[in-house]
Design a protein around this ligand. Sequence first.
Ligand code: UGA
Length: 449
Amino acid sequence: MDMRISVIGCGYLGAVHAACMAELGHEVVGLDVDEAKIAKLSQGIAPFIEQGLPELLEKHVASGRLRFTTNPAEISEAQIHFIGVGTPQQQGRLGADMTYVNQAVATIIEHANPPQADKPVLVAGKSTVPVGTAEAIAADLAASGKDIILAWNPEFLREGYAVQDTLTPDRIVYGLPEDHAVGDVAKALLDECYATPLAAGTPLVVANYPTAELVKVAANSFLATKISFINAMAELCDATGGDVTRLAEAIGYDDRIGHKFLGAGIGFGGGCLPKDIRAFMARAGELGVDQALTFLREVDTINLRRRDHAINLAEEAVGGRLVGKKIAVLGITFKPDTDDLRDSPALDIASRLWARGAELAIVDPAAGHILRERRPDLTVPETVEEALDGADVVMLLTPWKEYTQLDPAEILPLVDTPNIIDGRNVLNPQQWADAGWTYYGMGRGVATW
Ligand code: UGA
């Protein structure tokens, strides 16, 4: 049955969630304070790159099932209010900035219609928050006198696959209030909302608030740890002549380990993994259990060291000083299939190379125009050929298929000195070496086996 739903926050999470809820048959209003973003969404245009999102926006804005607004009064009729705002890292601290979550709660308290006997109202938190937040929000809702119920319902979407991950998730988690009578009402509303994926057999995990909050940060911490683990192995491979890609392949055949998220390279970035592990450590400190997460400090350190290593490789490739050396940077987003530059390892490396006097030419299939706007100091040509022209070093930092499929023999005449740094270990070292390039991998050389 279709429900009336509001989604507070229309960024990478909220806009996708709103469009997917419309696709599941609900009547949805998305609210955000950013007028430019809302203007675009209201015309059915995606304000960022996300596979499948433009089609859903176009379809459901046209049908009238999905609308976007900056006017908070328009959320009043909704039966479920999803909180999908950002929780970025605080300036100068490890903890999460909760300003937007707090504003979203205040907006709901002010504008949501109070529940009727036959029509309960639910707030469902999706934002990634420090454990303990749900309990505090539930207290605020109770104090408002509106009798609105709270559930915590974390999301696990990956940018680039966000639509697919929302419509066909690999699991759904409900964090419910301790009072089972109230919790049952919340569960019934969420079950109705997610009727389609639940009917398709999506596993459902029902837990209390802290568990649901922890599930999210635990999952991201595990993923970050897996990446830093393989990057630590890359350091060992560099020290011994091993090949980390072979190593990852071999250990990944063990089902208990698996092949996913064992890609060594310049490490993880983006708007989630780095800030989530830091906020988790900060929260553990507040709770007096910081020792439990000390290992995450090492995970973060290993990750950041990868960026230093990429810079060292560039220096090695040019034989020392970077001043005046021309470096072609291929890919600047934090991963392919997105235009997101938040905490991008590629952008960090490029910025530091620039600060050391290198002459950069950066290309990216999705974020070139964004970079030109935000960083007018950087050179961002239109084509990969222009970027490669006269380069002393080529650095592949984001594995867009446009760049991983480059033919080393074909592009060789464009560069000045054929040095390739494969920041994501996605090229065939032998093929590049055979074509005349000096290949630098991240924990792999040109191995004969
Ligand atoms: C991550 C999680 O994967 C999602 O499950 C989660 O829902 C999301 O954060 C979130 O909290 O909202 P996302 O930030 O889109 O998703 O990016 P990932 O695909 O996890 O990649 C993160 C970074 O790790 C990228 O910079 C990527 O290049 C890097 N990475 C990934 C590696 O260096 N090696 C790998 O093997 C895999």
